[in-house]
Structure formats: structure tokens, C-alpha cells
Design a protein around this ligand. Sequence first.
Ligand SMILES: *Cc1c(COP(=O)(O)O)cnc(C)c1O
Length: 428
Amino acid sequence: MSNFKLGLKFAEELDQNDDLSSFRSQFYIPKDKNGNELIYMTGNSLGLQPKITKSYINQELEDWANLGVEGHTEGKNPWLHYHEFLTETMAKIVGAKPMEVVVMNSLTANLHFMMVSFYKPTPKRYKILIEADAFPSDKYAVESQLRHHGYDEKDGLVLWKARKGEELANYDDLEEILKSHGDDIALVMIGGVNYYTGQFFDLKRITKLGHQHGCMVGFDCAHGAGNVQLNLHDSGADFAVWCSYKYLNSGPGSLSGVFVNERHAHRKDLNRFTGWWSHNKQTRFKMRDDFDQLPGAEGWQLSNPPILSMAAIRASLDVFKDAGFDKLCKKSNRLTGYFEFLINNLNHKDIKIITPKDPKQRGCQLSIQVKNADRTLHGKLMQAGIVTDWREPDVIRCAPVPLYNSFMDVYGFVEKLKTILVISQGYK
Ligand SMILES: *Cc1c(COP(=O)(O)O)cnc(C)c1O
């Protein structure tokens, strides 16, 4: 399948033939104490800073300094409309229509706001289905929603588990769960790309299954947005949420994106929590009007948003626009394929990739399972100038990001990994 080769020369050739390679220089790459660039493989946790971000934020600081409150309407990028500057590019990246997307709040907060609208338990149908190894924040959020509605979380939570001895969730099992419990399940809420295994789920298939059984279906795409083609509109999902600080490079704790399918855009019967930013823009500042809900995802906003954080998102989205998301995904495929090829070539019994082999079922992340959960391997990589993360119980997550990671990064990573494995554990 692959036409990859071993050796330094081939890695250099891959970089030379990569027409996105110049984007790396548009980012700050973290360095070690001696000023050498680290091999940064944790863009799945916190994406790197684009060099243009500072100027985007400075623009807003300046308008604030010079204009004060008038910046809302007179600023270079009037703050009143600031979120609208993000919508189109963000919608493109997640594969949605602009009216289906808004940037607001933080991720877990948005997950709750979506559940206010799309988790409507009844005495007969009140359960929530999640993947067994869901991101902890999602699990806590879902459990607290169950409790909030008066249900026992142990009884109310249905887990889609990988089979014994397997790492990846299996669609046959999901079908089976829905066949036997579908009538009890109010909401199916899955992480679009699992944070631990890197498995990219078939959103359309899951949505179809959920809907067949009368469930609402939503996704947390924190590990998908900016990483894979989510095609949210086409998936038919009722809602999705994601953050902007992982693959979307918008800075620590930055705001979250929300998708609400257009079929819900004008619904007034859906329960929701509202604020003045959910209200009709034309009459928002009359301040005396009865509530007049904005259509589309914007109608789920509550507050006027933090502009400085939005400026960082805007900068990042402009880099994505320049590069082209389709091209990035294509490079990502090749970069991760090459990474996989080199690791498999080590053929070392102490490590195993648990991420799906099928490129359509993963993004850029590869999760390397370490035998006997030997955490020291992660520490040794760190010492060798490679930034990855360890996730309990036994995985090192590595994400070569097509915007700023090079084929040489990947090559250098595996060369160092090889040395570490040989020296510290030996080929046995
Ligand atoms: C990163 C991540 C979070 C973090 O939530 P915050 O509210 O931004 O702190 C939640 N869920 C998933 C699936 C994530 O990947």
C-alpha cells in the first residue's frame, strides 16, 4: 500500500516535495534549554502558536485603548460582530453550513448547553450512551446531567465498550446495544475522534443508527476539529461541540465551537438556556423587548464573547484558510502513514500502535501502547527532546500535525525511539 522507504534521505525528500512545508515557519516551535527545536508531537493537546496571533490580539488591545466602548462598533473589527468573522472558516473546517456553527463559551460548558436542548429525558427514555473510554470531562458532564434530571448515573449511563482484549470500539456492538436498549436511550453522545485510541468514528453511521432508534445524537469533536474531515452537516448529527486550542491552535483554554443541525435552526419548542446574545441582533440593545430568539446556532449564545480569545481563533483560522483544509488532510494522511511505517518497521515487542490502521478511521494521532505500562519510555523521549504525552493506563499519544510538523520530525522521533528501546530495554 505505502511507497515509503527507510532512511534519512527519503525523509528529506518527503519534506522537499511537500508544498505545505513552509507553514512550519509560521509557528513558534518550542525549544530546549540549549535553543534546539523540540520535536513537538502534542498538537492534539495544545496546538502551537501561529506567529500572526500576537498582531491579531494587539489590534484589539489597541482598539480598546483608543476607542474604549466605541470599539464595539467603531473598531477595525467591530466587537459586536466579532464572532461572525470566525463562522465561515470554522464551518468549512467542520463541514457545516455557516448558520449551523457558532463560536462561544468553553467546551464542557457547551456540552451542557447542548444537553439542555437535546437531552430531554422521559420516564421511559432517559439513558445516555457514550463510548466506554470517553474523555473524562464528557463523562462527568453526562453523569451530572443524569443526576440533574433525577436519574441514577450508574443506571442511566450506557457504555459502548471495546471487546475484551481489543482496544477499538466495534460497530456491531453499538448496533446490538441499540437493538436491545435503544428505546431507553434519549441521547447518544460520542467523542468524534477518541482521545485515547485516536479512533475516528463514522459519525454518519452512528447518527443513522441512533436516529433509527429514536435517540438524539451528538458528538464531542475536540480531537476531530482541524484534524479530520468531520462533515458534520452530512453526518446528520443533531449537535456537536469542539474546542479551539488543540488542532485549532488558538491558545490555552480558548473558546469552543458548536454545531446545531439546521433542522433545529428555527425551533422554538426546544428548551434552551438563553441570554441577551441569543436575542435578535436588531433589537438587542433596546433592552426592553420580549425575547426574540436568533435562528441557527447563534441562538444558543448567551454572553458577549471574550474578544481577545476570539482574535487568537481568527488568526489561526486565517492560517488554515491559507493552507487549505483539504490539502492539510491529504498531507496528514501521508505524514501519519509514514510515521506508522517507521514505527512498524522497528518491529519491537514492547510497543504496539492501537490506533486504527485504516486512514479513514483515524486522524494524525497514533497511540503507542507500551508493554507493562512502562512509563519510563515517555520520560526518556522527553529527555531526548520529543514532546508526547502519557495517558493512563499504558499509552503514549503522538500527533504529527500537518501544519507544523515535518517528515523530518517523524523520522527524528522514530530514530530516537529506536535508540531508547535498544539501549534501555534491548531487543530480546
Ligand atoms: C480536550 C477535551 C475536553 C476539555 O474540555 P474543556 O471544557 O475545554 O476543558 C473535553 N472533552 C474532550 C473530548 C476533549 O478532547
